[in-house]
Design a protein around this ligand. Structure first.
Ligand SMILES: NC(=O)c1ccc[n+]([C@@H]2O[C@H](COP(=O)([O-])OP(=O)(O)OC[C@H]3O[C@@H](n4cnc5c(N)ncnc54)[C@H](O)[C@@H]3O)[C@@H](O)[C@H]2O)c1
Ligand SMILES: [Zn+2]
Length: 464
């Protein structure tokens, strides 16, 4: 396995290697980064289809073309070239490792020159595996794994025990957590970090962590130099605040969240948004600071209290609705992997929240209005989101049965006028319309104009 690197994953190239039929092109498209299929480039350069190059010029000539063409979505045989292997050192190389039967099923009967004889295909598959293993930084088994690798997200049961190896680089680590999580998982994290652990810090529990006073305290206590990494072990409050601290400390150092709550594993620790609150509102100060790696261990959820789990389930259901799949039905490890991958894909395509990323706010305009109307007391974000999802589904003309069954949201007791005013402030009604995220027939849409009267009715239904 090649060495793991430490820099911002967004600034690196992703090279996808794997055998014919593994699905490299499909996976590369899902990541949404500029994709170059080396096969296409080769065809373009040679001015003829690959089958013809093989027939007329032979495999050696094809490989020469391919070497020139290497960027993303490498052709299955590219790693046989030493020059290509050298070039891959500056990229995150992801091996899309798919079993030989699946690969063969996908390519048999095609005109690919190396996919004509099954026995030869299988022999070549075995031969190549060692090469892929040698160049790969990360092994992926499907498109979701590829997205996670491109985003620098590592999901693995038991990852906490391997923290020392998983935190990129080899510099010192400052471990930051909240007192509660530190008491449960802090010792395991410290042991796993071993000699890399230079200092430990605690942020106050809950939203208290997301204050300038708490972050200022952390800044003053930190001793790391620029080679150092902040590891944030905890829920979304810890990862938001510690990530923000990392974004500005010494003008920005690397950080690696180790999310421990469901909210943080499927949402807060993915996508590079960090921040703190102001008295005027939540998340008003912050930075985009993509983690060097996000290390997700679903086993940590075992100690999470039920109410906190329910908080996360609202975001899981939101993600499933956006993805068009009942992700909430999956067992924990897969549920976390799929939800994290969905958010990672959206954020990779829109890292600075200028477009598509808005879909992640499904139900949230209503939720924020309800939370504001309650003065942020007595109604949790998760419950408000669950209600907001009902409103978004109704306005999308969708059935609300499933969401009601899983999240069982009950209407909140807040002042209707206050909620409506908050909603309009949040979304500045233009020409009697508000702009919302809704679910269309072919997926989520954002900035959909909805008549104010319809929005108001939908909001009223959420209030007891
Ligand atoms: N940056 C983003 O993109 C983003 C996205 C969503 C939410 N957020 C932020 O996340 C915050 C909410 O996150 P949260 O719900 O995780 O809050 P939190 O960090 O306060 O954690 C919730 C509670 O669960 C406890 N806990 C966490 N992991 C545990 C574990 N494994 N076992 C036992 N207890 C555990 C914590 O100690 C805390 O008491 C909000 O501030 C929100 O704004 C940020
Ligand atoms: Zn939310």
């Amino acid at each position: 396995m090649a060495r793991l690197h430490g820099a911002d994953p967004l600034k690196k190239h992703v090279a996808l290697v794997g055998f014919m039929g593994a699905g490299k092109t499909t996976a590369a498209r899902a990541v949404g980064l500029p994709i170059v299929d080396s096969d296409e480039l080769v065809e373009e350069a040679a001015g003829k289809p690959i089958a013809d190059i093989f027939r007329d010029d032979g495999e050696t000539v094809f490989r020469d073309h391919e070497e020139e063409a290497i960027v993303l979505a490498l052709g299955g045989g590219a790693v046989t070239s030493a020059r290509v292997r050298e070039a891959l050192r500056d990229t995150v190389t992801v091996w899309l490792d798919v079993d030989v039967d699946t690969c063969w099923e996908r390519v048999r009967g095609s005109d690919r020159p190396l996919a004509q004889d099954e026995a030869e295909f299988r022999r070549l598959y075995e031969e190549r595996r060692a090469l892929y293993a040698e160049v790969a930084d990360v092994v992926a088994h499907d498109v979701h794994d590829v997205v996670l690798a491109a985003a620098g997200v590592h999901v693995e049961r038991g990852a906490l025990q391997k923290l020392g190896d998983l935190v990129p680089g080899d510099g010192p680590v400052a471990l930051v957590s909240d007192p509660h999580v530190a008491g449960i998982h802090g010792m395991d994290a410290q042991l796993a970090l071993g000699s890399r652990l230079a200092e430990t810090h605690e942020l106050p529990p809950g939203e208290e962590a997301k204050t300038l006073a708490a972050v200022d305290r952390l800044w003053q206590d930190l001793r790391l130099d620029r080679r150092g990494t902040i590891v944030a072990l905890g829920g979304g409050c810890t990862t938001d605040a510690a990530g923000y601290a990392a974004s500005a400390y010494l003008r920005g150092i690397a950080w690696a969240p180790v999310p421990t709550s469901l909210v943080a594993q499927v949402d807060a620790a993915i996508g590079g948004k960090t921040g703190i609150d102001l008295p005027q509102g939540k998340n008003l100060v912050g930075a985009f600071h993509w983690p060097a790696r996000t290390i997700v261990d679903p086993a940590l959820l075992a100690t999470l209290p039920d109410p906190q789990r329910l908080e996360g389930m609202s975001e899981v259901v939101k993600t499933g609705l956006l993805a068009g799949e009942p992700l909430w039905e999956l067992p924990d490890d897969e549920l976390v992997r799929r939800c994290a991958a969905f958010k990672a894909a959206v954020c990779l395509r829109d890292p600075r929240d200028e477009g598509e990323r808005a879909i992640l706010n499904l139900g949230h305009t209503f939720a924020h209005a309800l939370e504001a109307a309650a003065g942020y007391e007595g109604v949790t974000h998760g419950r408000a989101v669950a209600l907001g999802l009902l409103a978004a589904l109704r306005l999308s003309g969708r059935d609300i049965g499933q969401v009601e069954e899983i999240l069982r949201p009950t209407p909140v007791r807040v002042d209707r006028e206050r909620a409506w005013n908050a909603m309009q402030r949040d979304k500045k009604a233009v020409g009697g319309e508000l702009r919302l995220v809704l679910l269309g027939d072919d997926g989520p849409r954002w900035n959909v104009p909805v008549p104010a009267g319809d929005v108001r009715r939908a909001l009223d239904e959420l209030i007891a």
